[in-house]
Design a protein around this ligand. Structure first.
Ligand code: AP5
Length: 195
């Protein structure tokens, strides 16, 4: 099973990805998590990404595309994968489609967690408030959360709109409870019996 999760900051991508990848036994590939790990390790990639992330901006496409291409060639992806946070704009989507053709892979579903901007901001702010000391994400400040939502609306929504007519596109109401969202995804991807 190869899945792509689209949605704004705080739409529940990470939450649903963790549940689905455990249930399906596939790797969770989160570009945000990879970048945060690179930052924590102090690698050149992490240092390059830091200022973009802290401003709530997208990290340059070339950096991200190369990172995903490398990750998709790791042996654990043979069983499938779930991509969380990529592709994130029209340019990344175009390169990604070509990348998949070159490695003879395709996705099964494009899952869009649809959550309005006001709820996105509320959830990210709540997460920041609930974080224990030292665990708050550096981009979970009120200003950066607002910026991330604006970047999502400006850069990611146009890409999602392009995919809406795709036969593999699945619209999910992401405003429901975590359990309800998981159940809605399971019902749509036809994995109800397996999980
Ligand atoms: P990334 O790590 O991808 O973060 P994001 O898109 O801003 O999303 P979040 O992780 O904040 O939210 P989420 O949708 O995963 O929601 P979550 O499950 O955590 O990206 C970070 C940065 O990295 C970007 O800004 C950019 O700089 C860079 N980057 C990453 N990918 C890139 C790319 N492709 N190109 C360029 N740059 C890139 O949930 C949020 C909260 O809500 C939690 O507290 C959760 O418990 C709660 N919650 C979840 N679901 C529900 C529900 N159904 N009901 C109530 N609460 C819920």
């Amino acid at each position: 099973m190869r899945l792509i999760l689209f949605g704004g900051p705080g739409s529940g991508k990470g939450t649903q990805a963790a549940i689905l990848t455990t249930l399906l036994g596939i790797p969770h590939i989160s570009t945000g998590d990879i970048l945060r790990a690179e930052r924590a390790a102090g690698t050149p990639l992490g240092q390059q990404a830091q200022s973009y992330m802290d401003r709530g901006e997208l990290v340059p496409d070339q950096v991200i595309v190369e990172m995903v291409a490398n990750r998709l060639q790791q042996p654990d992806t043979a069983s499938g994968w779930l991509l969380d946070g990529f592709p994130r704009n029209v340019a990344q989507a175009a390169v990604f489609e070509e990348m998949l053709k070159s490695i003879h892979q395709d996705y099964d579903y494009l899952l869009f967690l649809d959550v309005p901007a006001a709820i996105l901001q509320e959830r990210a702010l709540n997460r920041a408030k609930q974080a224990a000391n030292g665990q708050q994400r550096s981009d979970d400040t009120p200003e950066t959360i607002l910026k991330r939502v604006q970047v999502y609306e400006r850069e990611t929504l146009p890409m999602i709109q392009q995919y809406m007519s795709h036969p593999k596109f699945v619209h999910i109401d992401g405003t429901r409870t975590i359990e309800e969202v998981t159940a809605a995804i399971q019902a749509r991807i036809g994995e109800v019996n397996r999980v």
